[in-house]
Write a protein that binds this ligand. Structure first.
Ligand SMILES: [Zn+2]
Length: 871
């Protein structure tokens, strides 16, 4: 018997569904409006007198529907603004079958970097003296009209069924001024001049079946690279005029990635061309619109010779990530927004795989450790969340764009891949894509495909990691004879938890035991709270989480740790050393180990050569700077100099010929650490000299060192440096250089200069895509944080109104650095007095991180004073 289902208020009715959209959109860049017409082939599934679809901030003027037999019905519109819907009401009943729905509508280009929006191009008069054809308010600027639809903003550009499972074919025509370029998802099939209007109609081929959130239009003055072809697919990189010399690197990554994924997925690229487009104002990093991927400029355009390793790695990562989505997300799409995590986690995992294959010497899976560590940090909070949770309203999914989705999700997939073996994992992915191409799928569909190819019950292992928050800390102890090990698990949290029942995971553990005869890798699926392992011969030493892929922390019994540290540390892989430091620091923050033990541990890493291990060490020193009593700051600087000094002495200031990229990066990182956290006067003086030389001859200094020089000069500099950096921010020739100088403005120490930086965040001189991150940097700077917090409180409403939503949320993360009892109390009072929703449990997570830091200070400040007094 059919059961009556309550209509889900957040889902559109399925009585009428779209098959194909013919869209004609005419943006007017100078007046900031657009007009549109669409004809949508729909299937009416049961007799209806109304059609409900999504529309927001659109004015729908004409509604008509034509039946297969030719009869036309006109309709009227009843907008439902709260639900972002329009009800189209007809006098006659529409019979089941195929119909053609035609609508005419108008809208405005947004300034919030979402929907169909405006991006402004700064033009340097030297490179482009001609007035922009795109229309402009001020001389020297041009305008682009760009779309950003994920998650639910397609409805701001055209009335549509704006849900990911209502996939359809899109055939787009853009009416634009003759001098402008128009890009959409598919290739151009025709351009018709419209006589007397100065305009042209650019017609694009029909797309594959895809969801609305992937539709894209980009209109403006743009230049591109020549096509390169991979298989049959032409690839081009697009940018605003004058920047094509920054596209070569992305073009190489894109070409490699496309071939890599076609091979890995065992399936050709699903689009008919691939455009990668740099947009001057962009809320996120990039967006995987099928065939028309949009990027913020720093994630696509780069001068390979002038960029740091980290800056190049970012471009490679983001390009590979978005291209990975062309299959995973675009060809096979999540059925609803609860599946967003899988979409993003998988693209993150594939991004690592592709970049690692492209540049093995970058050791991308080792630097992924930094991302995994960031996820372990948030997931160690009581206010964490499961990777996948029920999403009722699409807005519930907004909080999914976070470290738990991308980094925990990616790390958990890597753990599964290593557990199953990479070829089996790949075969399961191929099967999943083949089974669901052009359609939609759920997380369970991937598990099923992987389980079938691997012959293993995947959900039983994975559900713990996906549907529950947190992760275990695995403790290892052994018998004195070295013949037996006990592995136990409990949830790791920074603050004492109150879980009444023990929470258990199925933990795939790989560990290595070293015996007099050699070393052996062993596996264990830890599912009980404690499990015993008998070893074939007595072990001298045990390394748990071998290779470092597991998403858990390790804690060794004291005797096992001692045995591990007795040996040269380079017997451990970089990832294993990374985890040793990272887990040690977490245990200290959680109050499981005293601060002295951690600081002793750091003394063993003076000879460390891996930049990622140094990232954890430097991160912990920066955290200590935020909690330390002001009177002890000098002593902490002495400790930092003691730890970093040998590395800087060894590496020097200048790269040696043929040196690997990672060592160059390391040099920049430790110099910066010594000049800022270590406040080293000699390094600061040398940095000033070297910056002067760099100004005379930019090619003479390694870019990793240049970035360090700028940070050191900001930390130790004054008005002169500030003016220099502000000027260079405004005239920077590359997106990366612009960012370096911009963020350096948050690194000064004088109140007057910091106030000037704060003013920039609301004056319009810094793009809203960057301003929230600049505010976050100011909150994170110990010398700036009180001023910055005061400023944020005063400008809260206008910041919330102006900044893109996701970036505003990231800005608020800065409060985690306000780690004094007085500031914490003030932060709590501020948020307690107003209704702030940052998505999901984001705000709770920030407040808990702040509590962890302040609790650490209360617990350890005196011990820290004692420990540091010897420096
Ligand atoms: Zn993505």
């Amino acid at each position: 018997m059919p059961t009556e289902r309550k209509p889900e208020s957040h889902r559109l009715p399925r009585t009428v569904v779209p098959i194909r959209y013919d869209l004609r959109i005419e943006p007017d860049l100078s007046s900031g409006v657009f007009a549109g017409e669409e004809t949508i082939e729909v299937t009416v599934r049961e007799p209806v007198k109304e059609i409900v679809l999504n529309a927001a901030e659109l004015w729908i003027q004409e509604v008509a529907i034509r039946s297969h037999e030719g009869g036309t019905c006109h309709g009227i519109v009843a907008p439902d603004r709260g639900e972002e819907r329009a009800r189209l009401l007809f006098q006659d009943t529409l019979r089941p079958g195929p119909w053609q729905l035609s609508l005419k509508f108008n809208g405005s280009l947004s300034d919030k970097l979402r929907g169909f929006y405006r991006s402004t191009v700064k033009r340097s008069p030297a490179t482009d003296p001609s007035p922009p054809a795109g229309g402009s308010e001020e001389p020297g600027t041009g305008v682009l009209a760009v779309t950003q639809f994920e998650a639910t903003d397609a409805r701001r550009a055209f009335p549509c069924w704006d849900e990911p499972d209502l996939k359809a074919v899109f055939q787009v025509t853009l009416i634009v001024e003759e001098g402008l370029t128009a890009i959409s998802n598919a290739r151009v099939v025709g351009e018709d001049r419209l006589p007397g209007t100065g305009k042209k109609a650019v017609r694009f081929a029909p797309t594959i079946k895809m969801p609305t959130y992937l539709v894209a239009f980009v209109v403006g003055q743009l230049e591109s690279t020549p096509e390169t072809r991979v298989g049959g697919t032409p690839i081009r990189i697009w940018c605003v005029p004058g920047k094509t010399h920054l596209t070569g690197f992305a073009q190489q990554v894109a070409a490699f990635s496309l071939g890599f994924f076609e091979d890995y997925y065992g399936m050709p690229y699903p689009g008919d061309k691939l455009d990668l487009i740099a947009i001057p104002d962009f809320a996120f990093g990039a967006m995987e619109n099928l065939g028309a991927i949009t990027f913020r400029e720093t994630a696509l355009l780069v001068d390979e010779r002038a960029a740091t390793h980290a800056e190049r790695e970012r471009v490679a990562d983001v390009v590979a990530h978005e291209i990975a989505h062309m299959w995973f997300g675009d060809l096979v799409t999540m059925a609803w927004w609860n599946g967003l995590w899988l979409n993003e986690a998988f693209a993150t995992f594939m991004e690592m795989l592709a970049v690692d294959a492209w540049k093995p010497e970058w050791e991308r899976w080792v630097s992924f450790g930094v991302s995994r560590a960031a996820a372990l940090q948030v997931d160690g909070l009581a206010a964490s969340r499961p990777i996948e949770f029920e999403v009722v309203a699409p807005k519930d999914a907004e909080a999914m764009f976070d470290v738990l989705t991308y980094e925990k999700g990616g790390a958990v997939l890597r753990m599964l891949e290593q557990y199953l073996g990479p070829p089996r994992f790949r075969d399961g992915v191929r099967r999943y894509l083949a089974d669901h191409q052009f359609g939609n799928a759920e997380t369970t569909d991937l598990w099923r495909a992987l389980g079938e190819t691997a012959g293993q019950p995947i959900p039983a292992v994975m559900d713990d990691w996906i549907f529950r928050p947190g992760y275990p800390m695995v403790t290892i102890r052994g018998d004195p004879g070295g013949r037996t090990l006990w592995f136990s698990q409990r949830r790791f949290t920074y603050l004492p938890g109150e879980a009444s029942v023990p929470e258990l995971w199925q933990v795939p553990i790989t560990f290595r035991v070293r015996t007099p005869g050699g070393s052996t890798s062993l596996r264990l699926l830890l599912s009980a709270s404690e499990q015993r392992v008998d070893l074939p011969e007595p072990a001298d030493c045990v390394v748990a989480n071998e290779g470092g892929y597991g998403f858990y922390r390790v804690r060794y019994a004291a005797d096992l740790l001692e045995k591990l540290l007795e040996r040269p540390l380079d017997l451990l892989t970089p990832m294993e050393r990374f985890n040793l430091v990272n887990d040690g620091w977490a245990a200290t923050l959680a109050g499981l180990d005293p601060i002295g033990a951690y600081l002793d541990l750091t003394s063993r890493f003076r000879e460390e050569t891996d930049p990622n291990v140094w990232t954890v060490l430097l991160g912990s020193f920066a955290s200590l700077h935020r909690v330390i009593l002001p009177g002890d700051r000098r002593l902490l600087e002495n400790l930092v100099r003691d730890r970093l000094g040998p590395a800087v002495a060894r590496l020097g200031w200048d790269p040696r010929p043929g040196e690997r990229d990672l060592l160059r990066q390391l040099r920049g990182d430790v110099l910066r650490g010594l000049g800022t956290l270590g406040n080293d006067a000699a390094v600061q003086m040398e940095a000033r000299d070297r910056y002067a030389r760099y100004r005379d001859d930019p090619s003479a200094t390694d870019p990793n060192v240049v970035a360090a020089l700028i940070a050191i000069l900001a930390h130790s500099g004054e008005e002169g440096e500030y003016t220099e950096f502000l000027g260079r921010f405004k005239t920077a020739p590359t997106p990366q250089e612009e960012q370096r100088y911009l963020y350096a403005l948050a690194g000064f120490r004088q109140a007057g200069l910091l106030r000037r930086t704060l003013d920039l965040t609301v004056s319009g001189e810094v793009r809203t895509q960057d301003a929230p991150y600049l505010v976050r940097s100011l909150l994170m700077n110990v010398q700036a944080r009180e001023l910055a917090w005061q400023f944020v409180k005063e400008h809260w409403d206008s910041m919330e109104r102006r900044y893109p939503q996701g970036a505003f949320r990231k800005m608020c993360e800065g409060v985690t650095a306000l780690a004094t009892p007085e500031l914490e109390a003030d932060v709590r009072e501020f948020f307690g007095a107003r209704d702030v929703w940052l998505g999901g449990r984001t705000l709770e997570q920030y407040l808990e991180q702040l509590r962890v830091a302040v609790a650490f200070r209360e617990r350890e400040a005196a011990n820290l004073t004692t420990y540091l007094s010897r420096f």
